[in-house]
Design a binder for this molecule. Sequence first.
Ligand SMILES: Nc1ncnc2c1ncn2[C@@H]1O[C@H](COP(=O)(O)OP(=O)(O)OP(=O)(O)O)[C@@H](O)[C@H]1O
Ligand SMILES: [Mg+2]
Length: 607
Amino acid sequence: MSDEIEFEEEEFTTQFNGQTMLRILAQTKPHWKWVVGFLVTITFVAGLDSYFTFLRKQMIDVGITPGDTAALARIGVIYFVMIFFQAAGVFAFIYLAGVLGERVRYDLRKKTFEHLQDLSLTYYSKTPVGWIISRVTSDTVRIAELVTWGMLDVTWGAVSISTAFVFMLAINWQLALLVLLIIPVLLFVAVTFKQRIIVEFRRVRKINSKITGAYNENITGVRVVKALGREEENLREFGELTGEMYQAGFRAAWLSALFLPAVQIISAVAVGVIIFFGGSQVEQGGLTVGGLAAFISYVTFMLWPIQDLARVYAEMQQSIASAERVFSLIDAVPDVVDQPNAIDPGTISGDIRFDHVDFDYGDGKPVLTDFCLTIKHGEMIALVGPTGGGKSTIVNLLCRFYEPVKGAITIGGQDYRELTLHAIQSRIGMVLQTPHLFSGTVRENIRYGQLTATDEEIEASAKLAGAHDFIVTLEKGYDEPVGEGGNLLSTGQKQLISLARAVLAKPELFILDEATSSVDTLTEALIQRGVETLMKDRTTFVIAHRLSTIKRASRILVIEQGRIAEMGTHAELLRQRGHYYNLYTRQFRHDLSKEYNLFALTGAAVN
Ligand SMILES: Nc1ncnc2c1ncn2[C@@H]1O[C@H](COP(=O)(O)OP(=O)(O)OP(=O)(O)O)[C@@H](O)[C@H]1O
Ligand SMILES: [Mg+2]
């Protein structure tokens, strides 16, 4: 998590960008009523604050100085009533801001989440998962905070300062103009300080995340560190990092400590000027005692809105950077999309053809070149061959996770780009080498294949997939939680559950990419039997390194460097004595020698 923050902080500029700001504000458009309510209440509350200072002036000038107790009582009542209104206003705007923030956050999360579902796999292979997750989580929060608490502080600050100024003008305009000179100075100093402070704090955070990373690596890799005697080297690196962090933390503390006194000194100077000029005006009769007191209050009080404005301004740049990242995600265009007239033919059970397909993963390195293959409906095709040969790529193209760069893939004679993605993908059942389960129970994970399935259907699928036997041995059986990503189960068990899930979906096209690579041979044989009944009348692709599982395939394709090196049935290929023969005999020998070792270990006589 820590590294992602680094990634995010360096990626975009933190310059003020008006266009992004407008787009952020546009997020509140659907909730404009809440925005208006919230702005009105906050204006009311901030305006009342200035009015209270004015009331105190009246209290002195109209009540105390002439000794008019009736006027004093009247002012007291107004004060009391207004305080009550203000309290109601404070309640309203905090409530409204909370709701507004929640709504904006919800919208953004929904928008990004929906968009993430549409994005093609190419986006995911280019973009680190951590980056995407920080966009959806922390960045959306920052945007929502800007449009609520940020907007609140800005409105409150602006209204406080301007209403105070209006009252000051009404009391004594010459003195009010003098105060007007102070405001920009205060704002400038406050903004400069706040920005510097934020920069230092960000530096601290960045180094901190590096330190956390270093800790993490040293703890998880402690064996390697010790084995290679790298302790001293690591200590030195660690020392450098903590030193840097200390320096940055020190500067941040220094600046933070300096900030308030600096602003206070400036406003103290302002108060001094007011006492000096205002005092002489009081003597000349141009200003009342209450008026002078009010001026001092206004100027001292102004410190807080100015501080808030400076803080929001400094933070706003970060929120804008957050927004730019979220918008860049929302704006990313999926590579594989439905064409305008795409149709759903209702089935994909026709013959499948790879027609002179060229493909690369966008890096210009060809994976398939002029690849041709025709698969008849109901065939079981097995793909074997060395790692990196292109087997998974072929099925990725078939599922239309990617599309051919050149050439076409046709289903029942129709280019599959004329079909909707849903038409294709909803009819394919796929089990991967690294199966993914969602946190939840075993039953829920299987049901994901067909949401309306009954418990009986789920059990039947689990039996076909060979998963039932191990599921019933779990403490809670089908209701056993699988943990996050299924991490409470072994890889083989996860594969069995994914298989059951695919079986339940009753796909028209079945793809098993190393689906049984992590289960023992006995279980594999069991699955084999179940899956074979299922494969009847269904086109199936099986990718396997363990060749014993594909002997019965209608055709076996040996894929090497993106080409079909050999093709035929098990018997035909053995007769050819080519690649497949070599692969098979090597594995067979290996398996035999394993058995031999087993016998030797158990002390059984081999002969
Ligand atoms: N997402 C990707 N981005 C870029 N290149 C990729 C990507 N996936 C695979 N490749 C490249 O495409 C080639 C074929 O990979 P593929 O995954 O199809 O091999 P495979 O035959 O399935 O191998 P294995 O038996 O190890 O699963 C490899 O050279 C690989 O580096
Ligand atoms: Mg593969």
